[in-house]
Design a protein around this ligand. Structure first.
Ligand code: DON
Length: 564
């Protein structure tokens, strides 16, 4: 009897293993940008990761299972941002009505200190918070995935298997990735003592296959030992050994005592919809509530998409929101943050008291509100047949994080420490400034902009949305939501039409290159300074409309939508 069970179990296990990437061809794939389906969908930054998510949905997994498997696959096929050496936020709305907000943001190591990135004269050394070993916070991703598992249905072994196979057998790099790896080769070589999989002698060429054996072995340890396969034992030992090569400070204890936090999701109403988003240590949910709150009574729909009137209004609320971000926000487990006041209707009304629709505001005059009370990230959106929706943003912070690969373990460590304010008023790599609220302290989480969001209509998921983009994240999510709800745009247009961004300092409106020329002229005439820049974000959106699921991957990258 026992033997029969054993055989059945072994067969089942083999079936799971064999099936895992059976329908996926890692050597030939393309980015499907939009699909309309009825059961479930996954949108992520890489076609193979979206396919993994879809396969998990079809195998009986729910949206949480698919989100876990997609993140693990992204850690293999999209190493610039997908990660096991970084952190993220998972926001979900379950079919039973429960909202979940899982915080697996990196933590500052125990040896971190407020002035650790200042030289003896007090000048910031931004290379230390951005490049190499000292830039890394204690990774949270694997702990986050295991914390998410209780909302899923399938065993972890099944969710991680596709990632293991993609790492072991390899996958064809997309053209964008070939260029990307080659551009970063110099930094990888500078910041690593041992050879790394992401650099090839003579450079990667179109159609090259990337095999990551060390990463596959790390993933197998996680499969076999659970979170301990990352935070203790061999992987932890390899991380600490890597730290010692480059003045890093993460210790075995830092890894062992990393904690995931389940938070209460931020929830608020906007024009008949309910918005569910990420609370602190993300600034995203608060910023979104502030910005939508400040435009709520202004009839922005009548102003229409990207006219000077609507862009001016949105710019002014962005300016005010980001001024508050710099002044008041930080990890609320360490510092006092007046969240209730910041999002209250009375406060937001007062913030807009000096708003003038005819001319540019300015950031000197518009400092933070008066309160008396004491590029690299990636997003994925998933929905399943039962109506569970999951929105995940996860990051290494900068492109390829610290560019330090844990030798022997094959994964890149984050440079998330740069999201702290290394010195009051000194901009980080996204130009964001902060103060003591976001100062470094052992065990503290650095303030984030990641804004995984779900918009509910009649208590059911209507939009699942999010994006990478550093400080541009909350403004992109804000604009994507307004595009759909107020401007009546399709999900596809809401994602792909040009975006803009204002973050208080610098006092500029950043715009994407195909932004409307007449609107630019009108804004300049009002006194705005405009700065053209590259892509803003890579938004992944799912919309549920008239019983159909419309999933859209951003045109700005390899992003792909899959569904059934
Ligand atoms: O948490 C944050 O706000 C940043 N570390 C996000 C970085 C990011 O989006 C880079 N992507 N392009």
């Amino acid at each position: 009897m026992m033997k029969n069970y054993l055989i059945t179990f072994t067969l089942l296990f083999c079936l799971i293993a064999v099936q895992s990437t059976a329908q996926i061809n890692p050597y030939k794939y393309h980015s499907q940008k939009k699909i309309t389906v009825t059961k479930g969908a996954v949108v992520s930054a890489h076609p193979l990761a979206s396919q993994v998510g879809l396969q998990i949905l079809k195998a009986g997994g729910n949206a949480v299972d698919a989100a876990i498997a997609t993140q693990l696959a992204l850690a293999v096929v999209y190493p610039g941002a997908g990660n096991i050496g970084g952190g993220g936020f998972l926001l979900g709305h379950l079919s039973n009505g429960k909202n979940i907000a899982i915080d697996y943001r990196e933590m500052a190591p125990a040896k971190a200190s407020r002035d650790m990135y200042l030289d003896s004269a007090g000048n910031p050394q931004m290379n230390l918070s951005q490049d190499g070993h000292l830039a890394s916070g204690v990774p949270g991703t694997i702990a986050g995935l295991f914390a998410s598992l209780k909302y899923g249905k399938l065993p972890f072994k099944k969710l991680i298997q596709p990632a293991i196979e993609l790492a072991e057998k390899g996958f064809t790099l997309s053209d964008a990735q070939v260029a990307d790896f080659n551009e970063s080769a110099k930094e990888f070589l500078q910041l690593n003592a041992s050879p790394v999989a992401f650099v090839k002698n003579g450079g990667f060429k179109k159609g090259d296959i990337l095999i990551q054996t060390e990463l596959a072995n790390t993933l197998k340890r996680i499969r076999d030992l659970g979170a301990k396969g990352f935070y203790e034992g061999e992987t932890a030992r390899l991380i600490v050994a890597e730290m010692q090569k480059g003045n890093g400070i993460i210790t075995l204890d830092d890894l062992k005592y990393y904690v995931v936090k389940e938070r209460t999701a931020t929830r608020f109403g906007y024009h008949g919809y309910e918005i569910v988003s990420m609370p602190l240590p993300s600034s995203g949910g608060i910023l979104l509530q502030q910005m939508l709150g400040m435009i709520a009574d202004k009839n922005i729909a009548a102003m229409k998409f990207q006219t000077s009137a609507s862009v001016q209004l949105m710019t002014e609320v962005e300016r005010r929101g980001y001024a508050d971000r710099a002044a008041f926000l930080g990890d609320a487990d360490f510092v006092k943050v007046p969240v209730k006041t910041l999002v209250s209707a009375a406060y937001l009304k007062q913030r807009m008291a000096d708003y003038d629709a005819t001319k540019a505001g300015n950031s000197k005059a518009t400092a933070a509100g008066n309160i008396t009370e004491s590029e690299e990230t990636t997003h994925l959106s998933v929905i399943d047949a039962a109506g569970n929706a999951v929105s995940v943003t996860t990051t290494l912070n900068g492109h390829f994080g610290s560019r330090t690969v844990v030798s022997g373990a094959g994964f890149i460590l984050n440079n998330e420490m740069d999201d702290f304010s290394v010195k009051p008023g000194v901009p980080n790599m996204y130009g964001a400034v902060g103060n003591e609220k976001n100062a470094i302290a052992p065990g503290k989480r650095m303030l984030s902009s990641m804004t995984p969001t779900i918009v509910l209509k009649n208590n059911k998921p209507y939009l699942v949305v999010g994006t990478p983009g550093g400080t541009t994240i909350p403004t992109s999510v804000f604009q994507s939501i307004v595009n759909v709800i107020d401007f009546g745009m399709s999900a596809e247009d809401a994602v792909n039409k040009p975006k803009f961004h204002h973050q208080w300092l610098p006092d500029l409106i950043f715009i994407e290159k195909d932004f409307d020329a007449a609107t630019i002229t009108a804004l300049e005439a009002m006194g705005y300074r405009i700065s053209k820049r590259g892509n803003i974000g890579r938004t992944e959106m799912i919309q549920v409309k008239n019983g159909k699921i419309i999933a859209v991957g951003d045109k700005r990258g390899d992003d792909a939508a899959e569904g059934y």
